[in-house]
Design a protein. Structure first.
Length: 741
């Protein structure tokens, strides 16, 4: 019996068969999908002039139209067929070299393979084409064009060859080296840490071409690395000489003529509570008992706007910086020292110009009246948080002898103690009310370092909030909220700078629920009020447990990012309908803007330009993000530096992350995080199990799961790459049993 011959299929061109010609044609249309092109234009753009290739283009145009990738819009014109599949978004690179594009109007981020990035880098605003999605698969796409480069300056180590060099960028999200010709090295030596600027990246080139703009120093040296962190984010370090000169020329004396324009509060008991190592004090509290049994509470803020006037080079510099930057060993201030640590710092026993919010509060914490305006104050005492906490906790309610007190404060110590303890009681009432309204209780854990005289870390410790911290927090929140309401509720509406925080996205909440369910917790997200209640319940339930820091971190990541805007949406995390930043103008430019706008409206002037202030809000939000990243990098650097001296030391830690190439471990006692690579676990071959957030041994079926306690040994700490490698010794349960035997 003869076999039936298969019908011969018509020849179908593929990119491999046609030498990539079909891809070139499609790329031409993708770059301008809304336009139509005729045959002649296509040949011209692709530089085709031979008959054979011309005929191939004719055939391919027909095939691509038949497949639905192109459509014929006129007799001789074609257009890309899937215009709706083009989107604009932001590149979010992974450390593996691929990326996701975050698009506002799409629920799911779009996955981009490295070969489809087409020279896009982390943070770039891009136009992408989204491929037709297969059922249950993730959305994938291709970068069609780069609309805006997020950054062109990078920091890395120079590797010189005879006629050129390459800069290897330290950031794990940078997937390519930067090629530097000899004439663009400007004297930089091999092996040094440098700042390099991308000046060109042709389509055919694997690497961008760059030019070295600054030599930072020897990799691994402390000051070099701190400077590199700032340079990597394009953040400033020193003030330009002309800005310093301008600031030093400002009249910082207190004048009677200016006092007459202000409310004089110098006789009211006033004090500051700040970190022990603080140098700038931009907020103070005052306390007075009223005849009706209520309290007059004042929140007094440095009047930075009095000294930093619009249109000056000082204001331009403050705006460009937008925020102070707090690295582990130094502060990069928003304002020159003569203002930040001098004229604007509410130091004890000194008169200062301030902008104040005064409230009449009942013993139950209800606000009966409010007043906002410019004042002059005198700080009678300066407390560190630890000292104020001592006053709160002390049974005999006395003040330590080493506290800086004015003569008035010294003479009335019992009244000062009463002020602190009464305000502490009020702050607890206000905090409880916030929680009842749906605020989310995040008790921030800060990693701190004991540094020697050379800024080497001698130890790492964790700092948590106590009542003294929360006292300050509640009264600053009160001022921020009430100032925001004062402007936000006005009719007609007035332009103002709001601190906005949106509610969390449902998919993030479900992802959190999936993780915490592994630890036996169940979350209820049925309505907005339930979300806050169930998250607060979770945060309370995990206190003191091995998974606390992990769950706290994951819950914070679930939240939307706070930002500045003239368009108020409220603050979800604080459960406030109106909220602004008013209390830290020494270190935040949005607070300076809030002061200016508040005074403008107190003076009954017309509303400021919304367009102008919205642009300033966006800039401030972006600079805040960069400063936060730099601060985190400095902590990571110092953690690695500390661990360098602990090689071969064994620690107990918690699995804080699980990937297909390793597990992340956070050391319990010092919060240093490192990785155990799967290839380094010798007792079995382990596979990543995404469903269980775990790795599982093929032979032993042993499982190491997110949140599990393990013992590790420090294997290697790389200061240049800022990475820590651990050796896995086993789960805590396993190792403890072995030790008992």
């Amino acid at each position: 019996m003869s076999k039936k011959k298969k019908k011969k299929q018509p020849f179908q061109s593929t990119p491999e068969r046609d030498g990539g010609l079909s891809k070139k044609i499609l790329d031409l249309f993708k770059k301008q999908p809304e336009k139509g092109f005729d045959f002649k234009y296509i040949l011209e753009k692709l530089k085709i002039d031979d008959t054979k290739t011309r005929n191939s283009v004719i055939r391919l145009l027909g095939q691509l139209t038949a497949k639905g990738q192109l459509k014929q819009i006129e007799d001789k014109q074609f257009q890309f067929a899937a215009v709706d599949d083009f989107h604009t978004g932001t590149i979010d690179m992974t450390s593996r070299g691929d990326a996701y594009v975050v698009i506002e109007d799409m629920e799911q981020d779009v996955y981009i393979t490295n070969k489809n990035l087409n020279h896009a880098l982390d943070g770039d605003e891009v136009k992408i084409y989204v491929f037709k999605k297969r059922e249950k698969s993730k959305s994938e796409g291709e970068v069609i064009s780069i609309l805006t480069r997020y950054k062109t300056d990078f920091v890395g180590v120079l590797h010189k060859q005879e006629k050129f060099g390459f800069v290897v960028v330290g950031n794990s999200k940078m997937y390519t080296d930067i090629f530097v010709p000899n004439d663009k090295m400007h004297g930089a030596e091999d092996g040094l840490l440098v700042k390099v600027r991308i000046v060109q990246w042709k389509d055919k080139d694997d690497s961008p071409k760059g030019e070295i703009t600054e030599v930072l120093g020897v990799p691994g040296e402390h000051n070099t690395e701190m400077h590199a962190i700032l340079a990597g984010y394009g953040l400033p370090e020193q003030f330009p000489p002309e800005v310093e000169e301008f600031a030093n020329g400002i009249d910082t004396k207190i004048h009677s003529s200016e006092i007459k324009k202000r409310r004089d509060l110098r006789d009211t008991l006033t004090f500051t509570i700040d970190p022990a190592d603080a140098k700038d004090f931009d907020d103070a509290l005052s306390f007075k008992k009223m005849d009706n049994g209520n309290y007059e509470i004042g929140i007094h803020i440095a009047d930075v706007a009095h000294y930093v006037q619009p249109g000056t080079i000082l204001d331009d510099e403050a705006y460009n910086r937008a925020t102070s930057i707090y690295l582990v060993d130094r502060v990069v201030p928003m304002l020159p020292e003569i203002l930040s640590n001098g004229a604007c710092s509410l130091r004890p026993n000194e008169e200062k110009y301030t902008f104040s919010a005064l409230f009449e509060l009942t013993p139950r914490g209800d606000v009966k009246s409010e007043w906002f305006g410019r004042t002059v104050t005198y700080s009678d005492a300066r407390f560190a948080y630890e000292e104020a906490q001592f006053v709160i906790d002390s049974k005999d309610k006395h003040i330590p002898s080493d506290i800086s007190l004015s003569k008035k404060a010294y003479d009335i110590q019992p009244e000062l103690v009463d002020a602190i303890t009464t305000m502490n009681d009020l702050s607890k009432i206000m905090r409880k009310e916030r929680m009842n309204q749906g605020a989310i209780s995040f008790d921030k854990v800060e990693v701190k370092f004991h540094l020697d005289e050379d800024n080497n870390p001698k130890g790492v410790y964790v700092k948590t909030s106590q009542d003294a911290n929360k006292l300050i927090e509640e009264f600053m929140l009160l001022a921020n909220r009430k100032v925001s309401e004062f402007i936000g509720k006005r009719k007609p509406p007035k332009t103002f700078v709001f601190r906005c925080h949106d509610e969390p996205q449902p998919d993030r909440l479900e992802a959190l629920n999936t993780v915490v369910s592994k630890f036996g917790y169940s979350l209820d997200f049925k309505n907005k009020k339930n979300i806050a209640n169930t998250l607060n319940g979770l945060l309370e339930d995990v206190k003191g447990k091995k998974e606390q820091n992990l769950v706290d971190t994951l819950t914070i990541r679930t939240m939307s990012k706070a930002y500045y805007s003239t368009q108020n949406i409220g603050h979800y995390g604080l459960a406030f309908d109106y909220y602004s930043h008013f209390t830290s103008p020494i270190r935040r430019y949005p607070d300076v803007m809030a002061h200016r706008l508040l005074q403008r409206y107190i003076d009954k002037e017309q509303s400021a330009s919304e367009t102008e202030y919205e642009e300033k809000c966006k800039h401030s939000s972006e600079m805040e993000k960069l400063a936060t990243n730099a601060e985190r990098d400095s902590i990571k650097y110092m953690q690695v530096k500390y661990i360098q001296d602990q090689e071969e030391t064994e620690y107990k830690g918690v699995i804080s992350g699980v990937t297909d190439f390793g597990i992340f471990i956070e050391i319990s006692e010092n919060k240093c995080e490192g990785m155990v690579r799967l290839k380094d676990i010798s007792d079995d071959h382990y596979d990543f199990n995404e469903e269980h957030y775990a790795i599982i041994g093929r032979r032993t079926k042993k499982m190491y799961q997110l949140g599990e306690e393990v013992y590790v040994r420090v294997k290697k700490a790389d200061l240049v790459k800022r990475t820590i490698d651990f050796e896995l010794l086993g789960s805590v349960e396993e190792v403890d049993i072995e030790n008992e035997l």
